[in-house]
Design a protein around this ligand. Structure first.
Ligand code: AMP
Ligand code: ZN
Length: 470
């Protein structure tokens, strides 16, 4: 099956063809480590994880590079406000980031280069841009990229060249499309930078944000690679500026496919630090939500559609995942004889639908429908006694296969029942006994007691039951 992705550069869905057969080189703009990442940021990393896992599912070997921005306007500002040296300040958030991606079961990239470890590469790249006449040092001693010199400037964000303000300069890392200008490659030291400075041919200073990604991608992926990703807000100016730097330096096309995800929203607005409407992963964990449940919510919508974050969605995720747990437990318990051919059709159908959906520009929402179809079919066969142990094994295998992309089905997770305290188990056993003799008053009383102690009991056919922590 061939994969198709929406390429932001051309604003259309295109067949994916890697530069080298069977291999994908991919660069993803990583976190600015000045705080804990919020789940809006994680929507972007989650989309990239689904992309990566899908490529792997279809047999590609992926080399992914994700940078850590550990020097920029924001990291310097906040480390100074905290009175902590930059390196120490960012180290804490780097570590938190790695903990968080583990919580969300995001597959690690092959390389996580930190900007401060690649200053010489950035200086080299700026030197090339100076030699080729694309960059200049201004009166403020900072070095800027001259967008007039690069004829393709604006091709990603579709900026009208006529309206470009010639010769105007901007020193900030972030700015809006209507203030397009020559942007800083190297920022001359000023007192706001405190201790943060490196020597360069243009005097002491520090790199701009955009040059970090051009220098580090070239270091680890070369100057022409397959995929570059990020959240849609990264498209301008960040990615536009990256293209200008990289293509001006190498004189060739830099990236073949640009993929961007839409925002995670809260009440109609982008979740962001500046609006203060954000939840970190840790906030949600503290409220009792698991990484698995949060992952399910974040992957559920198509990556190019806005996704509204709500707590109802998390509650829904919990229910949905519980039902999968039940299905997997049920499949393991089936012992009926048979060759398993009864699941041939459902399994083939579900796999085909799942793969078709993922190959079609990562249509996760449709892929999930295939999971639900197989769940329904398996439960139905089990209800009517038609499902054999061999068939159940194949159903489980199919879900394991889906989970290579989905990443939170936990088909083989230890049974939750293992963590139930003996006291609760005893109450449940007494309740089962009461039910057997149809003493429903006593069985209801015991159920309430179990609930009061924070556990839920669910009855299964034939007097069986399942306990779980509320
Ligand atoms: P930053 O640390 O601000 O550079 O952002 C890291 C990544 O998160 C970038 O790819 C952003 O585009 C992305 N991002 C930030 N806010 C959101 C949001 N609300 N929804 C989706 N992606 C976001
Ligand atoms: Zn970047």
């Amino acid at each position: 099956m061939s994969l198709e992705f929406f390429n932001t550069m051309d604003r259309r869905v295109e067949p994916f063809e890697p530069i080298s057969a069977g291999e994908v080189k991919m660069y993803t703009c990583g976190p600015t480590v000045y705080n804990y990442a919020h789940i809006g940021n994680f929507r972007a990393y989650m989309f990239e994880d689904i992309l990566r896992r899908t490529l792997e599912y279809f047999g590609y070997k992926v080399r992914q590079v994700m940078n850590l921005t550990d020097v920029d306007d924001k990291t310097i500002r906040d480390s100074r406000a905290a009175g902590v040296p930059l390196r120490e300040f960012t180290a804490k958030y780097k570590q938190a980031f790695f903990e968080d991606i583990r919580t969300l079961n995001i597959e690690p990239a092959e390389v996580y280069p930190a900007a401060t470890d690649h200053i010489p590469q950035m200086i080299r790249l700026i030197s090339v841009l100076m030699e080729k006449g694309y960059a200049y040092q201004a009166e403020d001693r900072s070095v800027y990229f001259s967008i007039d010199k690069f004829k393709d400037y604006g091709k990603l964000a579709k900026i009208d060249r006529e309206n470009q303000r010639s010769g105007v300069r901007i020193r900030n890392d972030e700015y809006a499309k209507d203030s397009v200008a020559d942007f800083a490659l190297w920022k001359a030291w000023d007192e706001n930078d405190g201790e943060v400075a490196w020597d360069s041919p243009w005097g002491r200073g520090r790199p701009g944000w955009h040059i970090e990604c051009s220098a580090m991608s070239s270091e680890y992926l070369g100057d022409h690679f397959d995929i570059h990703t990020g959240g849609i807000d990264n498209m301008f100016p960040h990615h536009e500026d990256e293209i200008a730097q990289s293509e001006a330096a190498s004189g060739r096309k830099w990236v073949n496919y640009w993929l961007h995800c839409a925002h995670l929203m809260v009440d109609g607005e982008k979740m962001s630090k500046s609006l203060g409407n954000f939840f970190t992963l840790r906030d949600l964990q503290a409220r009792g939500w698991s990484g698995r449940e949060i992952r399910w919510v974040l992957i559920g919508a198509h990556y190019r559609k806005k996704l509204n974050f709500t707590f109802e969605a998390l509650a829904q995720a919990r229910q949905t995942l519980n039902r999968f747990d039940e299905l997997f437990g049920r499949m393991r318990g089936i012992s009926t004889a048979g060759d398993g051919s009864e699941v041939d059709e459902s399994v083939a159908h579900a796999l085909e639908a799942f793969e078709r959906a993922m190959a079609d520009d990562l249509n996760v929402a449709e892929a999930l429908a295939a999971l639900f179809d197989l769940q329904r079919a398996a439960n139905k066969m089990a209800d009517s006694g038609q499902l054999s142990a061999a068939g159940a094994v194949r159903v489980l295998d199919t879900f394991r296969r889906f989970d290579r992309v989905i990443g939170c089905l936990e088909v083989d997770a230890e049974k939750k029942g293992d963590e139930i305290p003996a006291e609760i188990e005893q109450l449940a056993v007494r309740r089962a006994a009461a039910r057997k003799v149809k003493d429903f008053r006593e069985s209801d009383r015991l159920r309430d007691e179990i609930t009061r102690l924070g556990y839920q009991i669910e009855d299964a056919p034939g007097g069986a039951y399942r306990l779980r922590k509320l």
